[in-house]
Design a protein around this ligand. Structure first.
Ligand SMILES: C[S@@+](CC[C@H](N)C(=O)[O-])C[C@H]1O[C@@H](n2cnc3c(N)ncnc32)[C@H](O)[C@@H]1O
Length: 395
């Protein structure tokens, strides 16, 4: 059993975990965490999960003093004859305590271990939970002597103790995002983490195509600079990108070649130019994942007349794309598309009308167990154009 610490928008992490492991395998433990009924969990595949760990105990109490005593007692014994130096980080979630209290627990444990002749370095807490960057840079959870305890207050006054199995590699994400040779601020910058979430939302974990048993093919019909294609090949899929713009197709090509050089791997991908409203795609297509046309960027909410115009334009392009796609994919094919939704000054959202009519085009919206489709909107605080994630299945 694993625990997942969820990211800035917890619903998105819950959604991708549900799609990969099944709704019944996910249990919400606290606002920031869920448990996953699995024997194996690779945190690097999940954009919405900054950290994860193996659950080792559930304590029937939430009093920090008692929890701290249990932890010190357990690990002072467990590590009393540890060979080599231990690096320890402690992260506490959904329990109201100060970073000083957390640090104090580590200091007491360090003193006890010292008496047994075991040396330990304690990673300093500036917050009750170490941030992902600190966990990652200290390589916590990645070897036997670099440990991070994840301590989580859950409902019913209980506490879960888990040992981290690693944090997201934020250095690698930043490199994939910022160092790739071709970027385009106008087309937009889909964060690689969001691309991973979208791929997980569309794809069953099974990497093999049902059609020919080769790696499953993920089609991105609006591939732009290729962020989704990059993440798809890294996750072991075959990437198939098309875009209206020849220039964007060449950008995707250059970025995939750059990725391939960096990873010293020949990735399997294909690219071609095409209008998503009319293109005839090559088979097989096992899943469709794409950030569609989002309309023009806005730095402030548009006037009502402008909003009507941009909504109509985007709704037309994306509806025509879905109508073109439907007869070209098999029943059951999973789809995740990011479509625009516009935030007003009070945080309200204008959705595309097609959200309510996808059934008419031959698609069914996925029903999540633990969250609602309405939660599936990705945005940053200052953004007017949010990305609504539509998770569909071909009927
Ligand atoms: C929001 S961007 C996607 C960016 C992409 N996720 C990336 O990694 O750069 C939308 C893309 O859709 C393309 N596009 C716009 N209308 C299109 C259409 N009718 N058919 C295919 N592509 C289209 C644009 O050229 C642009 O590259």
């Amino acid at each position: 059993m694993y625990i997942a610490i969820l990211g800035r928008q917890p619903e998105l992490g819950i959604a991708e975990l549900e799609r990969v492991f099944g709704g019944k395998s996910i249990t919400m433990l606290s606002p920031q965490t869920v448990s996953i009924n699995t024997d194996h969990f690779d945190v690097q595949r999940f954009g919405g999960v900054p950290k994860a760990g193996k659950i080792i105990a559930e304590l029937p109490r939430s009093d920090w003093h008692q929890i701290s005593q249990s932890i010190v007692g357990h690990y002072a014994t467990k590590w009393s004859s540890f060979e080599g130096k231990i690096t320890l980080g402690i992260s506490v979630y959904d329990i109201k305590i100060s970073s000083r209290d957390v640090q104090q627990t580590g200091i007491i444990l360090k003193q006890k271990l010292k008496k047994s002749g075991v040396s330990m370095r304690l990673v300093p807490n500036t917050d009750p939970a170490l941030n992902t960057a600190v966990s990652h840079h200290n390589k916590l959870g990645l070897s036997d002597n670099k440990i991070e305890l994840l301590i989580v207050g859950i409902s019913g006054g209980k506490t879960i103790i888990a040992e981290s199995s690693g944090a997201q590699n934020i250095t690698a994400y930043a490199r994939r995002d910022q160092e790739r040779p071709k970027r385009d601020a106008f087309v937009g910058m889909l964060p690689p983490k969001l691309a991973q979430i979208m791929i997980n939302l569309a794809s069953p974990y099974n990497l093999k195509s049902k059609i020919n048993n080769l790696p499953a093919v993920i089609l991105d019909p609006f591939c732009g600079t290729g962020v989704i294609l990059q993440e798809a090949v890294l996750m072991g899929y075959t990437a198939y990108g098309t875009d209206l713009s020849e220039k964007m197709v060449s950008y995707s090509h250059d970025n995939l070649e750059w990725l391939s050089e960096g990873y010293r791997t020949k990735f399997d991908y294909k690219l071609s130019a095409g209008d998503a409203m009319t293109t005839k795609w090559k088979q097989p297509i096992d899943a469709v994942v794409g950030e569609t046309y989002l309309g023009q960027p806005f730095s402030a909410p548009p006037s009502p007349a402008k909003l009507v115009e941009v909504v109509e334009n985007c709704n037309h392009i994306i509806s025509e794309f879905l109508k073109n796609l439907a007869p070209q994919i098999k029943a059951g094919t999973p789809i995740c598309i990011a479509i625009p939704a516009w935030r007003d000054a009070r945080g309200g959202l204008t959705h595309l009308p097609l959200v309510e009519t996808v059934g008419r085009f031959g698609f069914k919206r996925h029903e999540f167990t633990n969250i609602s489709q309405n939660d599936m909107v990705y945005f940053r605080e200052n953004q007017v154009v949010a990305r609504e994630l539509l998770v569909l299945t071909k009927s």
